[in-house]
Design a protein. Structure first.
Length: 251
């Protein structure tokens, strides 16, 4: 009988495991910097190997291959060489220049905005789930950088049902890699500033191997917000991909 009780105790503990806020904050600190490295608003996006660098490189090479006018082709080749030099120089520039990111001093609890149907209801979520699944399993519309799988859909649902609370932080606690976090009292100008807005609390799967939080930032339409997907790889948390929240909230 004692053995059975001990087994049940271990079983309950294993399923009651959770991540405390200090650890959650540390995970956000590391993965948010990785997300910013892939964001077009960050100059670090043009470091060699980064998303922006690869896209720009592809565009220039395609332009050269398709251009028939020899003078214009030479201009594009010159642009390609200059861009290559610029990307190389960024490595040294970012050793001494931090990128300022304007952000709130609060990590917010996500408050799901009800669209045409309430996705907090199981029956409504099931219908939305089938619609979203194509993006996560097949990515036909190329809304994600790669196929990341349906596990992250379950984390979106956890965010929709989230009952956590806002947490005030010191912005400096998030400083990491190329980034330092500031408030909105200073103007955000030039290549070394990103005008973000809010970061939202993270949720995790049962095995604590995958997670999801949200980020909002200024964009052409005002404020845009995205789900940020992360994964634990070799005991280290990594940014995986992001997905616009309006694609979920308007369902």
């Amino acid at each position: 009988m004692k053995f059975i009780l001990f087994f049940l105790f271990l079983f309950n503990v294993s399923f009651a495991q959770s991540i405390d806020f200090e650890t959650e904050k540390s995970i956000i600190k590391e993965t948010f910097a990785e997300y910013l490295n892939s964001n077009p608003n960050s100059i670090a996006n043009y470091l060699k190997g980064s998303k922006g660098h690869e896209l720009a490189l592809f565009g220039l090479k395609m332009g050269i291959a398709m251009e028939e006018d020899e003078a214009k082709k030479n201009d594009l080749k010159k642009g390609l060489n200059e861009f290559d030099t610029f990307s190389d120089s960024l490595v040294d520039v970012l050793k001494t220049n931090k990128i300022s990111v304007q952000i709130s001093d609060t990590i917010f609890a996500y408050k799901y905005t009800i669209g045409s149907s309430n996705l907090q209801k199981k029956e409504n979520w099931q219908g939305a789930y089938e619609m979203l699944l194509d993006d996560f399993e097949k990515n036909h519309l190329v809304r994600l950088d790669t196929i990341i799988g349906e596990d992250y859909l379950d984390l979106i649902k956890k965010q929709i049902d989230y009952k956590g609370t806002d947490k005030i932080i010191s912005r400096e606690e998030l400083n990491h890699s190329y980034y330092q976090y500031t408030d909105f009292s200073k103007p955000c100008e030039g290549d070394f500033c990103v005008k973000a807005s809010k970061i939202y609390r993270a949720v995790f799967n049962k095995s604590l191997s995958k997670g999801c939080y949200l980020v909002s930032f200024y964009c052409r339409n005002g404020i845009c917000r995205s789900f940020i997907f992360i994964e634990k790889v070799n005991n280290q948390w990594k940014y995986v991909d992001d997905y616009p929240s309006w694609l979920v909230e308007e369902l």
